[in-house]
Ligand binder design. Structure first.
Ligand SMILES: Cc1ncc(COP(=O)(O)O)c(C=O)c1O
Length: 395
């Protein structure tokens, strides 16, 4: 089911795009600013997809890992935590091979470059990160023409894809061939909407019948999986390549994994090098994600269950209304039905209770993100804090 996206200003203010560091003028990333770095052990954030550790916490995690596993370092992404992480992801996705990439942007672009071979057209969601947030890298660096589908919607259908392919094939005299199709799931610009499995199956079947390669931008694929119940491996089985981020909820400070057939993945080291992504040591990114990958599914399940219980309590409280986004994942729409001053409300929560909430959009809707930090304190405690904050901020 496709959902309309709202205006850009609201989007920037309230969506997870605000977690993207490069859009911010200041040196401080939005996610760091929003999450304020978990200063206290028990601090909870309802503003990002994962826990945001402070530099000190991250350094401590790295120290513990380095002490526990003396063979952690890699050399130019060979060996140590990087190779172990790649093996884990190959297993997880059911693909022949997986490779560490310095960024998701590079994973998306290099995957599509290789999958599309010499053909230039790549069909994508109009709302995708690839189309809207990668600085036209596909067009300018890789000579690919991104063809946007289903403008303003989180999801496109097989019918949308077929129509666009037919339009280009019939309407253009000089054919450059259909290169590949890319699907983002869940969809960041659609507040974490999950792409329907039924449509993925249809698109994948059509692509396979027609020799068209299919890429999955699964930056947050574990979130889609936790909320849809579809295993990562099943999602991956419908695609030729799959990218998963190491920093959205896997605890790292950057990095990505790309998985696929050996014939595709084996071309990556050379491409990573020539595009300047061959970093001398990558273990500080890989090791933290490796440490978490075994637990992430149960952590997200627990967070989801606790979030569901908390939201039932919030809806029963009489002064909050929280509802799921259609076909959504970990992001919900929260409205405070009591007349509050939002600066005071969120300020109280942050300062007195170490709980962070986003500000509302122009419709008075707060995007409420459920992540693992919800596990730090009881729902009764969180409810008490929300009620006190409302009481302290009544307008
Ligand atoms: C859906 C999606 N794809 C790709 C990326 C790019 O990841 P990176 O920041 O590692 O380049 C992001 C980052 O926010 C994303 O949300």
């Amino acid at each position: 089911m496709a959902k309309k996206i709202k205006g850009r200003r609201d989007f920037l203010k309230t969506s997870s795009l605000a977690t993207i560091p490069f859009l911010l003028p200041s040196g401080l990333s939005a996610s760091a600013e929003l999450a304020g770095y978990a200063k206290k052990e028990e601090s909870i954030n309802f503003v990002t997809d994962g826990a945001m550790t402070s530099p000190l916490e991250y350094a401590r995690e790295l120290q513990a890992i380095a002490e526990k596993y003396p063979d952690t370092p890699d050399t130019y992404a060979k060996g140590g935590a990087v190779s172990r992480l790649e093996a884990e992801f190959a297993k997880l996705t059911g693909k022949q091979k997986a490779i560490f990439m310095p960024s998701g942007t590079m994973a998306n672009n290099l995957a599509l470059r290789v999958l599309s071979e010499g053909k230039s057209k790549i069909f994508v969601q109009e709302t995708s990160h690839l189309y809207r947030d990668e600085a036209d890298a596909a067009q300018t660096v890789h000579s690919k023409r991104l063809v946007p589908l289903a403008p303003g919607k989180g999801e496109f259908s097989l019918a949308d894809l077929k129509e666009s392919i037919a339009y280009h094939q019939k309407g253009e005299v000089f054919q450059s061939g259909i290169g590949a199709v890319s699907i983002e799931n869940p969809v960041r610009r659609a507040d974490g909407q999950v792409f329907s499995l039924e449509e993925i199956k249809k698109i994948s079947g059509y692509c396979r019948e027609n020799g068209i390669k299919l890429h999955l931008d699964g930056a947050r694929l574990h979130l889609a999986s936790a909320y849809s119940g579809v295993p990562i491996r099943e999602y991956a089985s419908y695609f030729d390549t799959v990218y998963i981020s190491l920093y959205k909820y896997l605890g790292s400070k950057g990095g990505a994994i790309l998985a696929g057939d050996a014939a595709v993945i084996d071309q990556m080291p050379h491409l990573i090098k020539i595009y300047g992504g061959n970093i001398y040591q990558n273990w500080p990114y890989a090791a933290v994600a490796l440490d978490k990958i075994g637990n992430i599914e149960s952590l997200l399940q627990k967070s989801r269950a606790k979030g569901d219980q908390l939201m039932a309590l919030m809806n029963a409280s009489g002064n909050m209304k929280i509802s799921p986004i259609p076909s959504g994942s970990n992001i919900f729409n929260l409205q405070i039905t009591a007349p509050v001053n939002y600066d005071k409300f969120t300020g109280y929560l942050k300062e007195k209770e170490q709980i962070q909430l986003r500000m509302p959009d122009s419709q008075g809707v707060i995007k409420f993100f459920v992540n693992e930090t919800i596990l730090k304190r009881s729902n009764e405690f969180i409810m008490g804090a929300l009620k006190k904050a409302i009481g302290s901020a009544l307008a």
